[in-house]
Design a protein around this ligand. Structure first.
Ligand code: SF4
Ligand code: SF4
Length: 342
């Protein structure tokens, strides 16, 4: 029995407006020529025609570039701390790609399973994800090497597939089912729609040309960890700008600072990057002063240390670190040229 639904692309605006009654809705939009997730303006659905993926991943909705942790003030009785009021409003992201949805599962392992992050979790728990399969991956994408099909995801609440004038809708979670039960202009998908969606997913998968051989990669990295010549060679052109880590959907390092004016101030956290020379600066020494050590850290954290801790590679092959790097540093070239000693 068929269980999927469909909706006409012309009706997407209405659907987003319906969801706006309950959620703050984010959709892909263009800002200064760059695709970003923006609050739904109530009318512009043109992204259904041009959208490939956002420059900044959805992680920024859960883990913003800068975030107030608390404010404080000192008086005669001591320090008084005030926590920011928690935003209980539910958010809905429309159009998240399967790679970025998987990245949130990977982020959860740090922010939810390793410890319970009081800033990330309320947003994550109040978020509905509407996935949209890729039909036009970038040359720099290599998600299929990480076990991701660009046309499919079970890491979302609803998964949509572009089948021409319509989207096929798969209800993945109970939350997704409830959304569809309340939605107007949704119809039952036909067998022809299902067949079309299967073809679209297959074509999407085959369009991903970037490849990384992940077989035994943890062991390969372990065996070349001390190979300074290799790491110096592959890191030579990096300029330590940190863009690759800021835009990576699975990078989560942050720094904590206080902004102090007289007797009151704010503590906030902001994205940090292992690419920066001062990132590991300590009173006695900086263990990653040389650039090759920092590039090694970035690669090994994703492909060696995270798998050791969580049994999953902390990269989803979204290709942002390749597309956005000002000097065209390419992580796939490094991974595919690892010396093989195992
Ligand atoms: S974006 Fe490129 S240049 Fe900048 S830190 Fe990353 S690899 Fe280095
Ligand atoms: S390392 Fe690069 S390809 Fe992998 S998830 Fe991060 S930005 Fe995407």
């Amino acid at each position: 029995m068929l269980k999927n639904k469909k909706i006409s692309k012309r009706a997407i605006g209405n659907l987003l407006n319906e969801w706006s009654q309950e959620f703050t809705v984010f959709v892909p939009s263009r800002e200064r020529g760059v695709a970003v997730l923006s609050k739904w303006d109530g009318k512009d659905t043109s992204f259904t025609g041009w959208y490939r993926n956002t420059a900044q991943p959805a992680k920024a909705n859960f883990f913003p570039p800068a975030e107030k942790m608390f404010s404080f003030q000192k008086d005669k009785e001591g320090y008084h701390v005030e926590l920011p009021s928690s935003d209980e409003h539910k958010q809905l992201i429309f159009g998240i790609r399967p790679c970025d949805a998987r990245a949130l599962i990977i982020l959860d392992m740090t922010f939810k399973d390793l410890y319970e992050d009081p800033y990330y979790l309320p947003k994550r728990n109040n978020m509905v994800l509407i996935g949209l399969g890729c039909t036009n991956p970038y040359d720099s994408c290599f998600c299929t090497s990480l076990g991701i099909n660009p046309g499919e995801s079970t890491d979302v609440d609803l998964m949509l597939t572009d089948i021409g004038d319509q989207f096929l809708i798969e209800e993945i979670t109970e939350v997704g089912k409830e959304l569809i039960a309340k939605a107007s202009q949704v119809e039952e998908a036909t067998e022809a729609d299902e067949a079309e969606a299967r073809e679209v997913k297959k074509a999407s998968y085959n369009k991903v040309t970037g490849k990384v051989d992940t077989e035994g990669i943890k062991e390969k990295l372990l065996s070349c960890f001390e190979d300074q010549d290799f790491w110096e060679k592959v890191s030579a052109k990096c300029i330590s700008c940190g863009i690759c880590t800021f835009l990576c959907p699975t990078c989560y390092c942050f720094d904590i600072n206080d902004e102090l004016v007289r007797r009151q101030g704010t503590r906030f956290r902001s994205w940090d990057s292992c690419a920066f020379p001062v990132y590991t600066k300590m009173p006695m020494e900086n263990p990653r002063l040389e650039k090759w050590r920092r590039v090694r850290q970035k690669v090994c954290h994703k492909f060696e240390f995270y798998p050791m801790n969580f049994d999953i590679i902390a990269c989803v092959g979204c290709g942002r670190c390749i597309r956005q790097c000002p000097v065209n540093w390419d992580i796939t070239q490094t991974l595919n040229s690892l010396p093989t000693r195992v």
